[in-house]
Write a protein that binds this ligand. Structure first.
Ligand code: FAD
Length: 428
C-alpha cells in the first residue's frame, strides 16, 4: 500500500511520468531538448514553407541544421556504439523523442542520412569505415514498382499464383563488381543531398533473379558511393508532411560498385534488410512519441488560453476529458516504445515483431493525437498561424514511411502466427 500525508502536485518530467533519470541521462535529455527547441523548431517551420528545390539549394537552412546537429554531437556514432545494451535501451528513446518533439522531418533527415555510416561502422572494416563512415547518405530500398514488396522481401504475402515484382532497380554480380541499373522510388529520404547509399536490391548472382521454384528473389545489401559514374538524381519530391525532409529518385546507368562494398549477400541479404527495418521501426516509434507529445503540449497550452462560454475552455468538462485522453495516449505510446527498446536490447531480442508493434501503434497514435489536438484549437487549428496543422501533416506521413502500416501489421501478425503454430505443433 501507499500512504500520503498530503497529496501534492505530481512531479512530471519532460516525458511526463518519468521515474527518475540518471545524471548522465538528464544531461543528454536537457541538451537534446534545448537543441530541439532552439534549433530544430525554428528551422523546421521555415523549411516547411519552402519549395522542395529551395529546401535542398545551397544556403538553405537545412544545411545549417545538419551542421549544427553534427557540432552538437547529439548523435555521436562512436560514443553511442560504446554504450552497453542497457544504456542504449534507455538513451536512444530519450534522444529520439526529443528530436521528434523538435521536428520529425529533420529528425528523420538525421536518422536516414546516417544509415550508411552506421552500417559501415558495424562492419568493423577499416576500408569501409574510411569510405562510408562519415558521409551523409540515404537508405535506398523502395522502387516505383516495389513499395510494400520491399517490406515483404521474404515474399510471404505474394499472391499464390504469381511471383514478386522484379522492380526497376537491379544488381548483377560481375566478377569482383556489382553492376547496378535502373531507378529508386522518389521516396528515398535525403537522396537529393546524399553522398552514399545503403541499398537493398534484387540481385542476379549468375543464375537469375528468382530463387528456383520460389516466389521471391535473391537480394544484395550494398553500400554505394553516389559519386560513381552513371549515378544521377531526380527532382526533389513535393509532399504534404515532413517537408523539411528532402526526398527524390536516384538513377543508375550500369554503375559498377566494388564487390567489397556488399555487406550482405545471398541468403544473408534479407535478414540484414529486416535487421535495418527492425532498428528503423523502433526509432520511428520513439520519434513519433515525440511528435504526439508536441501536439499534446500545444493543446494543453491552448486550452488554458482560449476563452469560450465565459471561461478558459479547460474549465469545460468535455475539454478536460478530451485533453486527458491525449495525455493518456502519449503515455501509452511512450510506454510501448520503451518496452520495445528494452526487449530489442535484451537477450530475447531483437525482433521485427517488436519494432513493428511499436511503429504502427505509435505513428497511428501520433496522427490521432495531432488531429484531436487540432480539434481543440477550433478554426485556429486549421490556419498556418498555429503550428498544430504542421504537426498533423508530419504525423500523417509517418503511417506510410518506413513501411506502410497495414503491410507492417500483416508481417507482424505473420510472425505471431508462426510463433503460435510453433508453440502448439500446428501447420495451418
Ligand atoms: C516520409 C517518407 C519517407 C520515406 N523514406 C524512404 C527511404 O528513406 N527509403 C526508401 O527506400 N523508401 C522510403 N519511403 C517509401 C516507403 O517505404 C513506401 O512509401 C512504403 O513502403 C509504401 O510503398 P508504396 O508507397 O509504393 O505503397 P504501395 O506498396 O503501393 O501500397 C499501396 C497500398 O496497398 C497496400 N498493399 C500493398 N501490398 C499489399 C499486400 N501484399 N497485402 C495487403 N496490402 C498491400 C498497402 O497497405 C497500401 O495501403 C518513404 C516514404 C515516406 C512517406
Amino acid at each position: 500500500m501507499f500512504t500520503y500525508e498530503k497529496l501534492e502536485l505530481p512531479r512530471l518530467g519532460l516525458r511526463g511520468l518519468e521515474a527518475g533519470l540518471s545524471e548522465e541521462e538528464q544531461a543528454i535529455q536537457d541538451a537534446t531538448h534545448r537543441f530541439a527547441l532552439e534549433v530544430m523548431r525554428p528551422i523546421g517551420r521555415k523549411l516547411d514553407r519552402m519549395t522542395p528545390e529551395e529546401v535542398v539549394a545551397e544556403g538553405s537552412p537545412l544545411h545549417d541544421y545538419m551542421a549544427q546537429m553534427n557540432a552538437a554531437g547529439i548523435l555521436d556514432l562512436g560514443a553511442l556504439a560504446e554504450m552497453s545494451n542497457e544504456q542504449k535501451a534507455r538513451v536512444f528513446p530519450l534522444i529520439f523523442e526529443e528530436l521528434g518533439w523538435g521536428d520529425s522531418g529533420l529528425a528523420i533527415a538525421t536518422l536516414a542520412s546516417s544509415i550508411p555510416a552506421f552500417t559501415a561502422h558495424s562492419t568493423g572494416d577499416p576500408e569501409i569505415i574510411e569510405r562510408f563512415g562519415s558521409l551523409p547518405g540515404c537508405w535506398l530500398a523502395t522502387q516505383p514498382e516495389r513499395g510494400s514488396d520491399v517490406v515483404d522481401m521474404d515474399a510471404s504475402e505474394v499472391h499464390e499464383t504469381t511471383q514478386q515484382s522484379k522492380g526497376n532497380l537491379l544488381a548483377r554480380k560481375d566478377g569482383d563488381e556489382y553492376v547496378i541499373s535502373g531507378q529508386s522510388s522518389a521516396w528515398v529520404s535525403y537522396a537529393p543531398l546524399a553522398h552514399t547509399a545503403m541499398a537493398y536490391l534484387p540481385c542476379d548472382y549468375g543464375d537469375g533473379f528468382y530463387k528456383e521454384g520460389e516466389q521471391g528473389m535473391h537480394h544484395v545489401g550494398i553500400l554505394i558511393p553516389l559519386d560513381l559514374p552513371g549515378v544521377s538524381r531526380g527532382k526533389p519530391l513535393d509532399k504534404i508532411g515532413q517537408r523539411p525532409l528532402p526526398q527524390g529518385e536516384v538513377f543508375f546507368d550500369e554503375v559498377r560498385v566494388p564487390a567489397k562494398y556488399a555487406i550482405a549477400t545471398g541468403d544473408a541479404a534479407i535478414p540484414q534488410m529486416m535487421a535495418t527495418l527492425t532498428f528503423a521501426n523502433m526509432e520511428m516509434a520513439a520519434t513519433f512519441t515525440g511528435v504526439a507529445r508536441s501536439a499534446f503540449d500545444l493543446a494543453l497550452e491552448y486550452v488554458h488560453e482560449r476563452k469560450q462560454g465565459g471561461t478558459a475552455i479547460i474549465n469545460h468538462q468535455s475539454v478536460q476529458v478530451r485533453t486527458f485522453d491525449l495525455w493518456q495516449r502519449v503515455e501509452a505510446a511512450r510506454g510501448l516504445t520503451q518496452r520495445v527498446f528494452n526487449y530489442n536490447y535484451s537477450d530475447s531480442g531483437p525482433h521485427l515483431l517488436a519494432s513493428v508493434t511499436s511503429k504502427t501503434y505509435v505513428t497511428k497514435t501520433a496522427f490521432e493525437v495531432a488531429s484531436e489536438a487540432l480539434q481543440l484549437f477550433g478554426g485556429n487549428g486549421l490556419t498556418r498561424e498555429y503550428p498544430i496543422e504542421k504537426i498533423m501533416r508530419d504525423a500523417r506521413a509517418s503511417m506510410i514511411e518506413d513501411g506502410e502500416n497495414n503491410i507492417l501489421c500483416i508481417k507482424g501478425m505473420r510472425w505471431l502466427s508462426r510463433w503460435y503454430q510453433d508453440q502448439h505443433g500446428l501447420d495451418v
